[in-house]
Structures are given as structure tokens and as C-alpha cells.
Design a protein around this ligand. Structure first.
Ligand SMILES: [Fe+2]
Length: 330
């Protein structure tokens, strides 16, 4: 239980409250040595156990020889079938990866953490309860693969890559916490959220921060002490991100502009880096049948996600790109 100053001991709220060891603080991003270096980096969070999205993502990265692919957490979620779980994790762990709250809770279940999502108040209680039950079912799958479970637990919570000599912070949640929502499109729509993001980015000293976790994409430029910075939340690699679409998203960060093969959507340039959202055009029909085999109508994941898998969320692509304005200057 967490001690809340002036409020005594707070009751745990599975799926909403985060374990204390999820926090690392933005200064950790400044201190950590770069773990990898590349001219082109693809960062994909939220694969959510979608093998068709994984296949399409690997093909996308292969369009640029020498590009590095990084998975920044939650590559598991719907993959309760043991064969799918094994295939997804074996493939992902062949690349550089950081753990999300899903992998953390699979490897080292936190007492009363539930799914470890740290859901904010705008997510309804029924969705939170279903996520906690999805996690329980996925834990039973992971328990059948102890070697993979141990490898997931050994993954770092965050990392820094050097791209064109610039520091790119790779996190799952936000600059401070594994399951933080500070880089969500909802938080960044508020002035207080922008202020908090600027504080985190300044402390990290990163030029770009690549996040995920909050399920909707946003790309935001900000001005902080080190100059202009870009935060790029890819949303989900394994689910649609915009209304009426059926593709996932990754974040491409490169010293080179994207070409026709990458079919980049929106993007920003900062300090010689090209930062873009790139679509992961996976085989929807095959994925839909794979999903339904594991999560039939009436199941928790079907209730929470099937509509989005087929029709996308209500979010629109034109909402995702946000450029620093005078009001957003630090
Ligand atoms: Fe997450």
C-alpha cells in the first residue's frame, strides 16, 4: 500500500495504481549510457500479441537495410494461445526490447497491481476490470513458458539510443514511469499536461522521446532547455489508431527522410532527425480470425477491443500531430 501524505495509507486499486518500482524518474534517462546506435530506428510499442502486425512490421523495417527495430513494451496482450505467445516473444526478443507493464506483470506480478496499466480516471471501471482479467488469463499462458517469462523480466524499463548523434529516449509510459500517462494525447491536450511533459523532457536531456502505452498516437514538438524536442507516442503497433482504419503504427526516427516504401504519415523534423508515424499494414482478416479464436464474443478482450480492431477508435489522424505554438513554448 502507498502512503499518501496527509491521507494515511491509500487502498490499492488494481489496474489504476502503479507499483512503486515502476517509477525511474526522468533524470535516469539523462544518466543512462546509449544502448544502441543507428541511422534509422523503428520504435514499436503495443504490438498486443498480433502476429500479423509483427510480420508486417518486420517487412516494414526490412525496407531499410541497417535500420534497427526496437519494441518498447506491451508486445503481449491478446496472445493467450501458447503457440502465439511463444512465437511473438521469441521473435521480439531477437530485437532490442524494453518491457511494458504487461511484460512486467507477466514476469514479476506486483501485489494488487492488476494489469499494471495505471489507468487514469477517464478510463471506465468496467474496462479496468476487464483488463485485470485479461492479464490473469495471460499470466496462465506465460506460466507455461518460464524461460520466456524470465527473459521478459530481465528487460530494461527504458533505454537511450543514439540517432545521428542525438539522444533518443525509449520509454513505455512517460519520462518518469513505466505506466505513466503523461505522454498521452489526453494529457497533452491540457496546458498542465504540456508543462509536465516539458519538465520531463528537459530533465531527460533527450532530443526525442519515443513512448507508447496509452493506446492513441500523438506527436508533439516542444521547446525546452535543450532546444526543440519531439515526443512521439506511436499509439498501438497491433491495433488500429484512427477512426475507420485497420493498420497499426510505429515511430520511425532517422537521419534520412522516409521514402515511398515507408508510406510515412505525419511527422516532424528536429535537429536533423526525421520523426514520423509509419503505418503497419497487417492482414486484418487473418488477425481477426486469430483474435476471435482466442477471445470469442462475450470474452473480456472482445468486449473491450473488438470494435476498435474492426473499425478503429474514434480518434482522427488530424488530431495526432501537434506543433509547438507560442503558447506551448517553455
Ligand atoms: Fe502499457
Amino acid at each position: 500500500m502507498a502512503e499518501v501524505p496527509g491521507r494515511g495509507v491509500a487502498a490499492p486499486r488494481p489496474g489504476r495504481s502503479c507499483p512503486a518500482d515502476y517509477g525511474y524518474g526522468a533524470a535516469a534517462l539523462r544518466k543512462v549510457a546509449p544502448a544502441l546506435q543507428a541511422e534509422t530506428l523503428y520504435v514499436a510499442g503495443g504490438l498486443y500479441g498480433n502476429p500479423q502486425a509483427l510480420e508486417a512490421l518486420l517487412e516494414l523495417a526490412a525496407t531499410e537495410p541497417g535500420a534497427r527495430l526496437v519494441f518498447n513494451g506491451d508486445f503481449n496482450w491478446f496472445d493467450v494461445d501458447t503457440e502465439d505467445f511463444r512465437a511473438i516473444n521469441t521473435a521480439v526478443l531477437g530485437h532490442f526490447a524494453t518491457r511494458g507493464n504487461v511484460e512486467t506483470e507477466l514476469a514479476q506480478p506486483g501485489q494488487d497491481a492488476g494489469c499494471g496499466c495505471g489507468y487514469p480516471d477517464w478510463v471506465g471501471d468496467e474496462d479496468v476490470a476487464r483488463s485485470n482479467r485479461i492479464m490473469e488469463r495471460l499470466r496462465r499462458t506465460a506460466a507455461r513458458e518460464p524461460a520466456l517469462q524470465a527473459r521478459l523480466g530481465a528487460l530494461p524499463m527504458y533505454a537511450v539510443a543514439l540517432v545521428g548523434g542525438e539522444r533518443v529516449a525509449i520509454v513505455h509510459g512517460d519520462a518518469d514511469s513505466l505506466a505513466g500517462w503523461g505522454l498521452s494525447q489526453e494529457s497533452l491536450a491540457e496546458e498542465a499536461g504540456l508543462d509536465a511533459a516539458r519538465t520531463g523532457l528537459a530533465a531527460s536531456t533527450a532530443r526525442v522521446i519515443a513512448s507508447s502505452h496509452t493506446c492513441l498516437p500523438v506527436m508533439q514538438s516542444l521547446r525546452v532547455a535543450q532546444g526543440e524536442v519531439v515526443l512521439a507516442n506511436n499509439g498501438a503497433a497491433g491495433m488500429p489508431n484512427f477512426r475507420g482504419t485497420r493498420f497499426g503504427l510505429a515511430t520511425r526516427i532517422s537521419v534520412h527522410a522516409p521514402g515511398a516504401a515507408q508510406r510515412a504519415l505525419h511527422g516532424l523534423c528536429v535537429a536533423g532527425l526525421h520523426v514520423h508515424a509509419v503505418p503497419i499494414a497487417y492482414d486484418h482478416a487473418t488477425w481477426e480470425s486469430r483474435f476471435l479464436a482466442q477471445w470469442p464474443p462475450g470474452s473480456d478482450a472482445h468486449l473491450s477491443y473488438y470494435a476498435r480492431i474492426c473499425d478503429g477508435p474514434r480518434y482522427l489522424q488530424e488530431q495526432a500531430l501537434r506543433v509547438a505554438t507560442c503558447g506551448a513554448l517553455a
